[in-house]
Design a binder for this molecule. Sequence first.
Ligand code: AMP
Length: 352
Amino acid sequence: MIAPGETIGILGGGQLGRMIALAAANLGYRCHVYAPEADPIAADVCAAFTQGAFDDKAALSAFAEQCAVVTYEFENVAAGPLGAIAPHARLHPPARALEVAQDRVNEKTFVEALGGRPAPWAQVDSLDDLKAAVAKIGAPGILKTRRDGYDGKGQWRIMTPADADALDLAGVPQIYEGFVNFAAEFSVILVRTAAGEVRFWDSAENVHKNGILDRSTVPASQVILDQVDEARALAAKVADALDYVGVLTLEFFATAQGPVFNEMAPRVHNSGHWSIEGALTSQFENHVRAICGLPLGSTQLAAKGVVMDNLIGDDAHDWPAILSDSANHLHLYGKAAVRPGRKMGHVTRLVL
Ligand code: AMP
């Protein structure tokens, strides 16, 4: 067990790291952020900060020497250099979870081997591969970069086979996915301890705008509730297969044929931010509890329902109006620059 008072290292300096650090502070831990940027928003609420590249083994090693356990809030970190952490501190979740989740081909292959069902997909390394994929899977579909995609970035919709001809893949490995005709989207968020205990939060119904999460609602609509058990069973298999410790998220499409796996994130997730006020224990606190070997807190709902709205770009300027309604819980991430499509904060409302 890593006792309160010890130091938790966090790789990545964004809002997820910031909210992990806030939860850790409530339990009496110190946090030390490691991130490449000069002024990460997570460091504003942490005891220590190291600026370093994610592939700088010497810097990672020096950082890990100062931590009892290291976790990450960002999955596009190369797994190899993280080997520098092992001699000094535990790494939770495991590096293997990063390798699987950060590459869409690895992710889909891994989940299919466990019985999960993604959208029909094909690996695309050239324009000829793309034409063959569109001929086999059909259009419409979505071309996605294999790596480094998030919030709808690195994605191109292909409405007709002719759209494929005009694309310049620029040598970047991609995958092509058939378009899923879904009734709704939802996520399964679980926490797993080193001893294999697994708890799930209620699944949120997620609505995206321009590829970015806009709103998460709990409880989800019936079409989702009918598919949650099957989706949870898959998520638990993924967690067990990875010997996972911490919070893990799987995103699904609810379709007439049952849950279709979209992607996984080996970390706390935007669609679980509602749990800060809406569950007895938040995803952030249970992540800290799991990686430190503490008993888990209850994941039960703390209200009849919860709605979480993201504040994207200029939405953040509305904070005075948001605060003028006393039922709103406002979270601003402290980002200095407002940019279109940037997640600036979120607002949570409980249905009592
Ligand atoms: P992703 O980054 O892969 O999660 O994609 C972001 C959003 O784009 C998803 O949450 C969906 O709303 C939409 N999307 C992604 N892939 C597909 C697909 N194969 N079919 C339909 N919609 C999709």
